[in-house]
Write a protein that binds this ligand. Sequence first.
Ligand SMILES: Cc1cc2nc3c(=O)[nH]c(=O)nc-3n(C[C@H](O)[C@H](O)[C@H](O)COP(=O)(O)OP(=O)(O)OC[C@H]3O[C@@H](n4cnc5c(N)ncnc54)[C@H](O)[C@@H]3O)c2cc1C
Length: 410
Amino acid sequence: MEFSQKTVAIIGGGAAGFFAAIACAEALPEARVILIEKSAKPLAKVRVSGGGRCNVTHHCFEPSELVTRYPRGHRELRGPFHRFQPQDTVDWFSRHGVELKTECDGRMFPVTDDSETIVSCLMEAAEEAGVELWTQCAVENICAEGGTYVLALAQRDDLRADALLLATGGTRGGHALAEDLGHSIVPTVPSLFTFNIPDSPLLDLAGVAVESATVALPTAKLSETGPLLLTHWGFSGPAILKLSAWGARHLHDCAYRTSVHINWLGDMTVDACADALRHYQAEHTRRQMETICPFNLPKRLWQRLIEVAGLTPTKRWYLESQPNLRRLAQRLTDDVYRISGKTTYKEEFVTCGGIALKEVDLRTMQSKLHPGLFFAGEILDIDGVTGGFNFQNAWTSGWVAGHAIADSLL
Ligand SMILES: Cc1cc2nc3c(=O)[nH]c(=O)nc-3n(C[C@H](O)[C@H](O)[C@H](O)COP(=O)(O)OP(=O)(O)OC[C@H]3O[C@@H](n4cnc5c(N)ncnc54)[C@H](O)[C@@H]3O)c2cc1C
Protein backbone atom coordinates (compact mmCIF):
# COMPACT_ATOMS: atom_id res chain seq x y z
CA MET A 1 0.00 0.00 0.00
CA GLU A 2 1.35 3.43 -0.91
CA PHE A 3 2.21 5.68 2.06
CA SER A 4 0.78 9.17 1.81
CA GLN A 5 2.43 11.70 4.06
CA LYS A 6 0.03 13.71 6.24
CA THR A 7 0.36 17.48 6.35
CA VAL A 8 -0.23 19.46 9.53
CA ALA A 9 -0.53 23.25 9.22
CA ILE A 10 0.02 25.32 12.33
CA ILE A 11 -0.85 28.97 11.93
CA GLY A 12 0.99 31.38 14.23
CA GLY A 13 4.65 31.24 15.20
CA GLY A 14 4.18 32.31 18.81
CA ALA A 15 4.64 30.33 22.03
CA ALA A 16 1.55 28.15 21.47
CA GLY A 17 2.23 27.48 17.77
CA PHE A 18 5.85 26.49 18.41
CA PHE A 19 5.00 24.24 21.34
CA ALA A 20 2.25 22.51 19.36
CA ALA A 21 4.44 22.09 16.26
CA ILE A 22 7.30 20.58 18.26
CA ALA A 23 4.97 18.26 20.21
CA CYS A 24 3.28 17.08 17.01
CA ALA A 25 6.50 16.61 15.02
CA GLU A 26 8.19 14.74 17.90
CA ALA A 27 5.16 12.48 18.36
CA LEU A 28 4.62 11.83 14.64
CA PRO A 29 7.95 12.23 12.81
CA GLU A 30 6.50 10.84 9.58
CA ALA A 31 4.09 13.80 9.25
CA ARG A 32 4.96 17.05 7.49
CA VAL A 33 4.48 19.78 10.12
CA ILE A 34 4.45 23.31 8.72
CA LEU A 35 4.51 26.31 11.06
CA ILE A 36 3.23 29.41 9.26
CA GLU A 37 4.07 32.86 10.60
CA LYS A 38 3.03 36.11 8.98
CA SER A 39 5.89 38.25 10.32
CA ALA A 40 9.59 37.97 9.49
CA LYS A 41 10.49 37.18 13.12
CA PRO A 42 8.60 34.45 14.95
CA LEU A 43 8.23 34.41 18.75
CA ALA A 44 8.12 38.21 18.90
CA LYS A 45 6.18 38.27 22.18
CA VAL A 46 8.48 35.74 23.83
CA ARG A 47 11.37 38.03 22.91
CA VAL A 48 9.91 41.11 24.62
CA SER A 49 8.17 39.27 27.44
CA GLY A 50 8.98 39.74 31.11
CA GLY A 51 10.96 42.90 30.32
CA GLY A 52 13.27 40.89 28.02
CA ARG A 53 13.72 38.09 30.59
CA CYS A 54 10.63 35.98 29.68
CA ASN A 55 8.53 34.97 32.66
CA VAL A 56 8.12 31.40 31.32
CA THR A 57 5.77 30.02 33.96
CA HIS A 58 4.88 30.17 37.67
CA HIS A 59 6.04 28.01 40.56
CA CYS A 60 2.58 26.59 41.18
CA PHE A 61 2.48 22.85 40.65
CA GLU A 62 -1.02 22.08 41.92
CA PRO A 63 -3.57 22.22 39.06
CA SER A 64 -6.47 23.05 41.38
CA GLU A 65 -4.57 26.09 42.68
CA LEU A 66 -3.16 27.00 39.27
CA VAL A 67 -6.60 27.38 37.68
CA THR A 68 -7.51 30.09 40.21
CA ARG A 69 -5.10 32.43 38.35
CA TYR A 70 -7.22 32.42 35.18
CA PRO A 71 -10.14 34.87 35.12
CA ARG A 72 -11.22 33.23 31.85
CA GLY A 73 -10.71 29.47 31.56
CA HIS A 74 -10.41 28.47 35.22
CA ARG A 75 -12.98 25.68 34.94
CA GLU A 76 -11.92 24.45 31.52
CA LEU A 77 -8.15 24.37 32.21
CA ARG A 78 -8.43 21.90 35.07
CA GLY A 79 -8.23 18.86 32.76
CA PRO A 80 -5.42 20.18 30.51
CA PHE A 81 -3.35 21.16 33.59
CA HIS A 82 -3.57 17.61 34.87
CA ARG A 83 -1.80 16.59 31.65
CA PHE A 84 0.72 19.44 31.27
CA GLN A 85 1.38 21.91 34.08
CA PRO A 86 4.27 24.15 35.19
CA GLN A 87 6.32 21.19 36.47
CA ASP A 88 6.08 19.69 32.97
CA THR A 89 7.14 23.04 31.51
CA VAL A 90 10.19 23.10 33.80
CA ASP A 91 11.03 19.50 32.82
CA TRP A 92 10.44 20.16 29.12
CA PHE A 93 12.81 23.12 29.05
CA SER A 94 15.36 21.24 31.15
CA ARG A 95 15.26 18.33 28.68
CA HIS A 96 15.88 20.87 25.93
CA GLY A 97 18.86 22.36 27.75
CA VAL A 98 17.25 25.36 29.52
CA GLU A 99 17.10 25.60 33.31
CA LEU A 100 14.51 27.83 34.97
CA LYS A 101 14.81 29.61 38.32
CA THR A 102 12.11 30.84 40.70
CA GLU A 103 11.91 34.37 42.11
CA CYS A 104 10.50 35.05 45.57
CA ASP A 105 7.04 35.92 44.17
CA GLY A 106 6.85 32.58 42.31
CA ARG A 107 7.64 33.83 38.80
CA MET A 108 9.98 31.55 36.84
CA PHE A 109 12.61 32.78 34.38
CA PRO A 110 15.49 31.19 32.48
CA VAL A 111 18.62 31.23 34.65
CA THR A 112 20.22 33.41 31.97
CA ASP A 113 17.58 36.14 32.61
CA ASP A 114 17.41 36.47 28.84
CA SER A 115 14.35 35.72 26.70
CA GLU A 116 16.69 34.88 23.77
CA THR A 117 17.47 31.65 25.63
CA ILE A 118 13.82 30.61 25.29
CA VAL A 119 13.59 31.80 21.68
CA SER A 120 16.72 29.86 20.66
CA CYS A 121 15.55 26.78 22.54
CA LEU A 122 12.18 26.74 20.74
CA MET A 123 13.74 27.47 17.34
CA GLU A 124 16.31 24.67 17.76
CA ALA A 125 13.78 22.17 19.12
CA ALA A 126 11.49 22.89 16.15
CA GLU A 127 14.32 22.44 13.67
CA GLU A 128 15.49 19.25 15.34
CA ALA A 129 11.96 17.83 15.25
CA GLY A 130 11.79 18.58 11.52
CA VAL A 131 9.20 21.38 11.68
CA GLU A 132 9.16 23.50 8.49
CA LEU A 133 9.00 27.18 9.41
CA TRP A 134 7.45 29.49 6.82
CA THR A 135 7.87 33.14 7.81
CA GLN A 136 6.47 36.26 6.12
CA CYS A 137 3.56 34.12 5.11
CA ALA A 138 0.13 35.30 6.26
CA VAL A 139 -2.82 32.91 6.06
CA GLU A 140 -5.55 34.91 4.38
CA ASN A 141 -8.37 32.44 4.12
CA ILE A 142 -9.22 28.87 5.12
CA CYS A 143 -11.64 26.55 3.37
CA ALA A 144 -12.82 23.28 4.96
CA GLU A 145 -13.03 20.69 2.15
CA GLY A 146 -13.99 17.06 2.74
CA GLY A 147 -12.08 16.57 5.99
CA THR A 148 -9.08 18.63 4.87
CA TYR A 149 -8.29 22.35 4.97
CA VAL A 150 -7.16 24.51 2.09
CA LEU A 151 -5.19 27.57 3.17
CA ALA A 152 -4.88 30.65 0.97
CA LEU A 153 -1.47 32.13 1.71
CA ALA A 154 0.09 35.48 0.95
CA GLN A 155 3.03 35.06 -1.45
CA ARG A 156 2.71 31.26 -1.74
CA ASP A 157 0.48 28.70 -3.44
CA ASP A 158 -2.50 27.32 -1.58
CA LEU A 159 -1.68 24.64 0.98
CA ARG A 160 -3.86 21.60 1.69
CA ALA A 161 -3.60 20.24 5.24
CA ASP A 162 -5.00 17.11 6.91
CA ALA A 163 -5.06 18.88 10.26
CA LEU A 164 -4.99 22.54 11.13
CA LEU A 165 -4.13 24.40 14.32
CA LEU A 166 -5.00 28.06 14.82
CA ALA A 167 -2.56 29.69 17.27
CA THR A 168 -2.76 33.28 16.08
CA GLY A 169 -2.97 34.93 19.52
CA GLY A 170 -5.50 37.49 20.65
CA THR A 171 -5.68 39.52 17.45
CA ARG A 172 -8.69 40.09 15.24
CA GLY A 173 -7.21 38.39 12.12
CA GLY A 174 -7.08 34.91 13.65
CA HIS A 175 -10.52 35.29 15.20
CA ALA A 176 -11.90 36.23 11.77
CA LEU A 177 -10.42 33.03 10.26
CA ALA A 178 -12.17 30.98 12.97
CA GLU A 179 -15.40 32.90 12.51
CA ASP A 180 -15.37 32.12 8.80
CA LEU A 181 -15.27 28.45 9.78
CA GLY A 182 -18.39 28.93 11.92
CA HIS A 183 -16.86 29.49 15.35
CA SER A 184 -18.23 32.10 17.78
CA ILE A 185 -15.92 34.68 19.29
CA VAL A 186 -16.52 35.96 22.81
CA PRO A 187 -16.03 39.72 22.30
CA THR A 188 -12.48 40.79 23.09
CA VAL A 189 -11.37 43.49 25.52
CA PRO A 190 -7.92 44.23 26.98
CA SER A 191 -6.77 42.68 30.26
CA LEU A 192 -3.80 43.48 32.54
CA PHE A 193 -3.51 47.24 32.84
CA THR A 194 -2.93 49.92 35.43
CA PHE A 195 -5.46 52.52 36.61
CA ASN A 196 -5.36 56.22 35.73
CA ILE A 197 -6.40 58.39 38.67
CA PRO A 198 -5.92 61.96 37.39
CA ASP A 199 -7.42 63.49 40.57
CA SER A 200 -5.26 61.47 42.95
CA PRO A 201 -3.46 63.53 45.60
CA LEU A 202 -0.73 60.86 45.59
CA LEU A 203 0.66 61.37 42.06
CA ASP A 204 3.86 63.03 43.28
CA LEU A 205 4.57 59.93 45.39
CA ALA A 206 5.30 57.89 42.23
CA GLY A 207 7.61 55.00 43.06
CA VAL A 208 6.31 54.49 46.60
CA ALA A 209 5.18 50.86 47.11
CA VAL A 210 2.97 49.25 49.74
CA GLU A 211 3.71 45.60 50.54
CA SER A 212 0.15 44.41 50.96
CA ALA A 213 -2.94 46.48 50.21
CA THR A 214 -6.45 45.38 49.34
CA VAL A 215 -7.95 46.98 46.25
CA ALA A 216 -11.61 46.56 45.42
CA LEU A 217 -14.14 47.36 42.72
CA PRO A 218 -17.39 47.26 44.69
CA THR A 219 -19.48 47.73 41.54
CA ALA A 220 -18.09 44.41 40.26
CA LYS A 221 -17.87 42.75 43.72
CA LEU A 222 -14.16 42.12 43.15
CA SER A 223 -11.17 42.59 45.40
CA GLU A 224 -7.48 41.61 45.36
CA THR A 225 -4.71 41.83 47.94
CA GLY A 226 -1.02 42.27 47.15
CA PRO A 227 1.73 44.79 46.49
CA LEU A 228 0.52 48.19 45.28
CA LEU A 229 2.68 50.73 43.47
CA LEU A 230 2.00 54.46 43.23
CA THR A 231 2.75 55.88 39.78
CA HIS A 232 2.70 59.36 38.33
CA TRP A 233 -0.61 58.53 36.59
CA GLY A 234 -2.35 56.50 39.33
CA PHE A 235 -1.97 52.96 40.68
CA SER A 236 -0.07 49.90 39.47
CA GLY A 237 1.55 46.79 40.96
CA PRO A 238 0.41 43.16 41.22
CA ALA A 239 -2.79 43.91 43.21
CA ILE A 240 -4.02 46.37 40.55
CA LEU A 241 -3.01 44.14 37.62
CA LYS A 242 -4.86 41.19 39.12
CA LEU A 243 -7.92 43.37 39.72
CA SER A 244 -7.76 44.63 36.12
CA ALA A 245 -7.72 41.03 34.86
CA TRP A 246 -10.71 39.88 36.91
CA GLY A 247 -12.55 43.12 36.21
CA ALA A 248 -11.49 43.41 32.53
CA ARG A 249 -14.98 43.16 31.08
CA HIS A 250 -16.67 45.19 33.80
CA LEU A 251 -14.11 47.98 33.47
CA HIS A 252 -14.46 47.98 29.69
CA ASP A 253 -18.24 48.19 29.99
CA CYS A 254 -18.03 51.25 32.24
CA ALA A 255 -15.43 52.86 29.92
CA TYR A 256 -12.77 52.57 32.66
CA ARG A 257 -14.64 55.06 34.82
CA THR A 258 -15.56 53.80 38.25
CA SER A 259 -14.37 53.89 41.87
CA VAL A 260 -11.56 51.82 43.33
CA HIS A 261 -11.48 51.35 47.10
CA ILE A 262 -8.14 50.85 48.80
CA ASN A 263 -7.47 49.39 52.20
CA TRP A 264 -3.87 50.46 52.76
CA LEU A 265 -3.68 48.07 55.71
CA GLY A 266 -4.66 44.88 53.84
CA ASP A 267 -7.59 43.36 55.65
CA MET A 268 -7.73 45.52 58.81
CA THR A 269 -11.23 46.78 59.66
CA VAL A 270 -11.95 50.42 60.37
CA ASP A 271 -12.70 49.58 64.04
CA ALA A 272 -9.44 47.68 64.50
CA CYS A 273 -7.57 50.53 62.87
CA ALA A 274 -9.26 53.15 65.08
CA ASP A 275 -8.36 51.06 68.15
CA ALA A 276 -4.75 50.81 67.00
CA LEU A 277 -4.60 54.59 66.51
CA ARG A 278 -6.05 55.20 69.99
CA HIS A 279 -3.49 52.88 71.61
CA TYR A 280 -0.76 54.57 69.73
CA GLN A 281 -1.99 57.96 70.84
CA ALA A 282 -1.85 56.83 74.47
CA GLU A 283 1.70 55.49 74.07
CA HIS A 284 3.27 58.24 72.02
CA THR A 285 1.58 61.33 73.42
CA ARG A 286 4.27 63.90 72.68
CA ARG A 287 5.52 62.62 69.33
CA GLN A 288 4.42 64.31 66.12
CA MET A 289 2.02 62.10 64.17
CA GLU A 290 4.07 62.18 60.98
CA THR A 291 7.26 60.95 62.66
CA ILE A 292 5.95 57.62 63.83
CA CYS A 293 3.51 55.30 62.02
CA PRO A 294 1.68 52.46 63.75
CA PHE A 295 1.43 50.47 60.51
CA ASN A 296 3.69 48.97 57.86
CA LEU A 297 3.39 51.95 55.50
CA PRO A 298 6.09 54.00 53.78
CA LYS A 299 6.67 57.22 55.71
CA ARG A 300 5.85 59.56 52.81
CA LEU A 301 2.54 57.83 52.20
CA TRP A 302 1.67 57.88 55.92
CA GLN A 303 2.30 61.65 56.05
CA ARG A 304 0.20 62.23 52.93
CA LEU A 305 -2.70 60.08 54.13
CA ILE A 306 -2.81 62.05 57.41
CA GLU A 307 -2.99 65.21 55.33
CA VAL A 308 -5.67 64.04 52.88
CA ALA A 309 -7.76 62.83 55.84
CA GLY A 310 -7.79 66.50 56.93
CA LEU A 311 -5.41 66.15 59.90
CA THR A 312 -2.13 67.95 60.56
CA PRO A 313 0.93 65.67 60.23
CA THR A 314 3.06 67.83 62.54
CA LYS A 315 0.52 67.80 65.36
CA ARG A 316 1.40 65.85 68.52
CA TRP A 317 -0.52 62.59 68.97
CA TYR A 318 -2.17 63.60 72.26
CA LEU A 319 -3.65 66.76 70.74
CA GLU A 320 -5.62 64.90 68.06
CA SER A 321 -9.36 64.47 68.63
CA GLN A 322 -11.15 61.11 68.59
CA PRO A 323 -13.39 62.02 65.62
CA ASN A 324 -10.27 62.98 63.66
CA LEU A 325 -8.59 59.67 64.49
CA ARG A 326 -11.74 57.89 63.35
CA ARG A 327 -11.61 59.84 60.08
CA LEU A 328 -7.99 58.79 59.58
CA ALA A 329 -8.91 55.16 60.27
CA GLN A 330 -11.63 55.47 57.65
CA ARG A 331 -9.19 56.84 55.11
CA LEU A 332 -6.60 54.14 55.84
CA THR A 333 -9.04 51.26 55.46
CA ASP A 334 -11.44 52.52 52.79
CA ASP A 335 -9.77 55.16 50.65
CA VAL A 336 -11.82 55.86 47.54
CA TYR A 337 -10.40 57.03 44.20
CA ARG A 338 -12.05 57.69 40.86
CA ILE A 339 -10.57 55.66 37.99
CA SER A 340 -10.54 57.58 34.73
CA GLY A 341 -8.89 55.49 32.03
CA LYS A 342 -6.18 52.85 31.92
CA THR A 343 -2.50 52.58 30.99
CA THR A 344 -0.61 49.57 29.68
CA TYR A 345 1.75 47.92 32.15
CA LYS A 346 5.29 47.81 30.69
CA GLU A 347 3.66 47.08 27.28
CA GLU A 348 2.40 43.76 28.70
CA PHE A 349 -1.22 42.94 28.01
CA VAL A 350 -3.41 40.00 27.11
CA THR A 351 -6.75 39.65 25.44
CA CYS A 352 -9.85 38.74 27.40
CA GLY A 353 -12.26 36.94 25.05
CA GLY A 354 -11.66 34.77 21.99
CA ILE A 355 -12.85 31.41 20.65
CA ALA A 356 -15.87 30.34 22.72
CA LEU A 357 -14.74 27.42 24.90
CA LYS A 358 -18.05 25.61 24.62
CA GLU A 359 -17.17 24.94 20.97
CA VAL A 360 -13.79 23.34 21.83
CA ASP A 361 -13.05 19.91 23.31
CA LEU A 362 -10.50 20.88 25.98
CA ARG A 363 -9.24 17.27 26.20
CA THR A 364 -7.75 17.64 22.72
CA MET A 365 -8.18 21.37 21.89
CA GLN A 366 -10.14 20.18 18.85
CA SER A 367 -13.05 22.12 17.43
CA LYS A 368 -16.43 20.57 18.14
CA LEU A 369 -17.61 21.95 14.80
CA HIS A 370 -14.83 20.75 12.48
CA PRO A 371 -12.85 17.54 13.05
CA GLY A 372 -9.19 18.18 12.29
CA LEU A 373 -9.33 21.83 13.39
CA PHE A 374 -7.52 22.66 16.64
CA PHE A 375 -6.81 25.78 18.74
CA ALA A 376 -4.08 26.78 21.22
CA GLY A 377 -2.93 29.82 23.16
CA GLU A 378 -4.42 33.25 23.50
CA ILE A 379 -6.79 32.84 20.53
CA LEU A 380 -9.01 30.93 22.98
CA ASP A 381 -11.23 32.68 25.52
CA ILE A 382 -8.56 32.00 28.16
CA ASP A 383 -6.29 34.46 29.93
CA GLY A 384 -4.42 34.58 33.19
CA VAL A 385 -3.18 37.17 35.63
CA THR A 386 0.40 38.40 35.35
CA GLY A 387 3.18 36.09 36.60
CA GLY A 388 3.85 33.53 33.84
CA PHE A 389 0.30 32.17 33.64
CA ASN A 390 -0.35 33.32 30.08
CA PHE A 391 2.66 31.48 28.69
CA GLN A 392 1.65 28.44 30.74
CA ASN A 393 -1.68 28.46 28.91
CA ALA A 394 0.24 28.60 25.61
CA TRP A 395 2.54 25.70 26.60
CA THR A 396 -0.29 23.55 27.95
CA SER A 397 -2.80 24.07 25.15
CA GLY A 398 -0.03 23.82 22.52
CA TRP A 399 1.29 20.58 23.98
CA VAL A 400 -2.20 19.03 24.31
CA ALA A 401 -3.18 20.09 20.77
CA GLY A 402 0.13 18.93 19.23
CA HIS A 403 -0.23 15.46 20.73
CA ALA A 404 -3.93 15.24 19.86
CA ILE A 405 -3.17 16.14 16.23
CA ALA A 406 -0.51 13.42 16.08
CA ASP A 407 -2.94 10.89 17.60
CA SER A 408 -5.67 11.86 15.17
CA LEU A 409 -3.41 11.19 12.18
CA LEU A 410 -1.99 7.83 13.30
C1 LIG B 1 4.94 42.93 26.05
C2 LIG B 1 4.35 41.64 26.55
C3 LIG B 1 5.01 40.94 27.55
C4 LIG B 1 4.49 39.75 28.02
N1 LIG B 1 5.17 39.08 29.00
C5 LIG B 1 4.67 37.90 29.46
C6 LIG B 1 5.41 37.11 30.40
O1 LIG B 1 6.54 37.46 30.80
N2 LIG B 1 4.84 35.94 30.84
C7 LIG B 1 3.63 35.50 30.39
O2 LIG B 1 3.18 34.44 30.82
N3 LIG B 1 2.94 36.20 29.46
C8 LIG B 1 3.44 37.36 28.97
N4 LIG B 1 2.74 38.05 28.02
C9 LIG B 1 1.56 37.41 27.42
C10 LIG B 1 2.07 36.34 26.42
O3 LIG B 1 3.10 36.89 25.64
C11 LIG B 1 0.95 35.83 25.51
O4 LIG B 1 -0.13 35.37 26.28
C12 LIG B 1 1.47 34.68 24.62
O5 LIG B 1 2.54 35.15 23.83
C13 LIG B 1 0.39 34.13 23.71
O6 LIG B 1 0.99 33.19 22.85
P1 LIG B 1 0.27 32.76 21.50
O7 LIG B 1 1.22 31.84 20.81
O8 LIG B 1 -1.10 32.28 21.78
O9 LIG B 1 0.09 34.12 20.67
P2 LIG B 1 1.18 35.13 20.10
O10 LIG B 1 2.42 35.10 20.88
O11 LIG B 1 0.48 36.42 19.93
O12 LIG B 1 1.54 34.53 18.66
C14 LIG B 1 0.63 34.53 17.59
C15 LIG B 1 1.42 34.55 16.29
O13 LIG B 1 0.52 34.36 15.20
C16 LIG B 1 0.94 35.17 14.12
N5 LIG B 1 -0.23 35.36 13.25
C17 LIG B 1 -1.38 36.03 13.52
N6 LIG B 1 -2.22 35.97 12.46
C18 LIG B 1 -1.60 35.24 11.52
C19 LIG B 1 -1.97 34.83 10.19
N7 LIG B 1 -3.15 35.15 9.65
N8 LIG B 1 -1.08 34.09 9.48
C20 LIG B 1 0.12 33.73 10.02
N9 LIG B 1 0.51 34.11 11.25
C21 LIG B 1 -0.33 34.84 11.99
C22 LIG B 1 1.42 36.45 14.82
O14 LIG B 1 2.29 37.17 13.97
C23 LIG B 1 2.11 35.88 16.05
O15 LIG B 1 3.49 35.63 15.81
C24 LIG B 1 3.26 39.24 27.51
C25 LIG B 1 2.59 39.95 26.52
C26 LIG B 1 3.11 41.14 26.03
C27 LIG B 1 2.38 41.87 24.95
